[in-house]
Design a binder for this molecule. Structure first.
Ligand code: NAD
Length: 279
């Protein structure tokens, strides 16, 4: 079913344009092309400064580098804005004069609200905001998208389908996006800290650093996969590996003493609060 759905999307011959050709644009674009949802020849991108490594990477994926943002606008049905948040209003003002009725506008910029985006675009422009995260770079992202006031259900379905080519993508109202930012947006960094700390623990037990880091990362990935694939409650999965009087419960007791759960809840809360201050 997945294949026939993908075929139907690529048969639409949708033209996609990226304004900004940095890390996020490349990750998203790669996913669309590798998954065959979109043909490389239908993708264009623009970037200022023409930072050669970004331009080279885009060209290697088969993407046409346009001379201007206006060029990308003219040649695309879906425009993905992937510049840094503080550049968004400049870019939107620059392309505001272009006919936009038939186009869908997508922003991945953190903290830039739909209200702000819609205010800077012609009235009734179809817009969708997406909050992705860095694992999109390895096709394992977690994204949430929120439709603007003029976006249709079909627009939203299409963006979910496209973003699902580089991970999972869910739809949620925009008021939840700060929480999403605190959890999945900032979450990879929390996990990097956990990997580093677990690796330190292994090194303290005499393991070589390389092995310790690999074991830590694989363990986190494997456990996460079990949660996603079994659909079981994480507490039930924890209970299943915790034998009475065994090794794991001794380790878990230390995590409770160290306040791991409270620390993670506070981390999500603090990052969400910061996101709300920035938007
Ligand atoms: P980046 O610095 O790697 O890329 C930015 C790109 O924008 C560059 O190619 C640059 O040349 C281009 N650019 C700058 N000014 C421009 C202009 N006026 N017109 C056209 N292009 C211009 O940044 P990134 O990490 O890819 O982030 C892009 C957006 O994605 C940000 O708004 C960020 O909030 C969002 N985002 C990124 C991540 C992430 O993990 N990197 C996660 C969530 C959201």
């Amino acid at each position: 079913e997945e294949t026939s759905d993908n075929t139907s999307l690529s048969q639409l011959n949708l033209k996609i344009g990226f304004i900004g050709a940095g890390k996020m644009a490349q990750a998203i674009c790669k996913g669309f092309i590798i998954s065959k949802l979109i043909k490389a020849e239908n993708v264009s991108a623009s970037s200022t400064g023409m930072n050669t490594s970004n331009v080279e990477s885009m060209k290697n994926i088969g993407v046409r580098m346009a001379n201007s943002n206006a060029d990308v606008m003219h040649s695309s049905d879906i425009i993905i804005i992937a510049v840094k948040p503080h550049i968004v209003s400049t870019v939107l003002q620059e392309i505001n004069c272009i006919e936009m009725k038939s186009k869908l506008f997508v922003s991945v910029a953190a903290g830039i609200t739909l209200e702000k985006i819609e205010e800077l675009l012609p009235k009734n422009t179809r817009a969708i905001r997406v909050m992705p995260n860095t694992p999109c770079l390895v096709q394992c992202g977690a994204s949430v998208c929120s439709p603007g006031s003029s976006a249709t259900k079909e627009d939203c379905d299409m963006i979910v389908k496209l973003m699902s080519s580089i991970g999972i993508c869910h739809v949620a109202p925009e008021r939840l996006l700060n929480g999403v930012t605190g959890l999945s947006g900032s979450g990879p960094a929390y996990v990097f800290q956990m990997v580093e700390a677990m690796s330190d623990g292994g090194v303290k037990q005499g393991l070589p650093r390389d092995l310790a880091t690999k074991l830590a990362a694989q363990t986190l990935m494997g456990a996460a996969k079990m949660v996603l694939e079994t659909g079981l409650h994480p507490g039930a999965l924890k209970d299943a590996v915790t034998s009475p009087g065994g090794t794991t419960i001794s380790g878990l007791h230390e995590l409770e003493k160290g306040g791991l759960r409270a620390a993670l809840m506070c981390a999500v809360e603090a990052a969400a609060k910061r996101a709300s201050e920035l938007s």
